[in-house]
Design a protein. Structure first.
Length: 227
């Protein structure tokens, strides 16, 4: 199976001189190609290639192969949102961050189920999905209580509000998903992070960069830094 997109990413990182410094995260959005109990990797074709119809175990093996070949540190939604058995099975095999987005939809009820089933080890938190800032903080704390990583995320159809940058710093989660540094609704969030750093330095607060400490790497991962 060809992985041209990942090969190009790795080549771009190398040519830019950042080999070993830039890592890759994948959002598989597997619910989008889950059909009749199989994962159809050729779902965009009207007559898909039968060899591209994978079971959850075959798909898990493919992900494990990717983790060996590429500098991947985070997999989001590797399986369909209700394929709990596949999530749990994969979590026992993969020593990487497994992010629940469609699986949990920032819902405390589904987060609790995911924790009980040990289906993931990181939460994608979308403020306007759960509804309020208070509920967002509660969802983050619930995930962190089990040692999960937390990634604050923008949404499709995003505005130029930079609030999620403040929330990411305030919660100390170490991860922000705001898209490529292009277009104002994305750039404003990264610019806000720079301004926050400047403000903290001016107040002698000594801000720290979480780096790899902000990522969960399996069920034994320590809680994220709270400062």
């Amino acid at each position: 199976m060809a992985y041209e997109a990942l090969d190009l990413l790795v080549l771009a990182i190398k040519n830019a001189g950042y080999e070993g410094k830039i890592k890759i995260g994948l959002d598989a959005a597997a619910s989008e190609f889950f059909q009749d109990g199989k994962y159809n990797l050729d779902f965009k074709n009207a007559q898909p290639d039968p060899t591209m119809l994978l079971s959850d175990t075959q798909l898990a093996d493919m992900y494990l192969d990717l983790l060996k070949k590429y500098p991947l540190i985070s997999l989001e939604d590797p399986f369909a949102e209700d394929d709990w058995a596949a999530w749990t099975h994969f979590a026992t095999r993969a020593r990487t961050q497994i992010v629940a987005d469609d699986l949990t939809v920032t819902s405390p009820k589904r987060i609790k189920i995911a924790i009980e089933k040990k289906a993931a080890n990181a939460l994608l938190l979308k403020v306007n999905q759960i509804g309020t800032v208070s509920e967002s903080i509660a969802a983050a704390k619930l995930a962190q209580s089990d040692g999960w990583g937390v990634m604050i995320s923008h949404r499709s159809g995003e505005t130029d509000s930079n609030f999620i940058a403040d929330l990411a710093v305030g919660l100390g989660v170490g991860q922000l998903k705001a898209g490529a540094p292009a277009r104002s609704e994305r750039v404003t969030k990264y610019n806000r992070l720079l301004r926050i750093e400047e403000e903290l330095k001016d107040s002698n607060s000594n801000p720290s960069y979480a780096g790899m400490k902000g990522f969960s790497r399996g069920t034994t991962a320590p809680p994220l830094l709270q400062n």
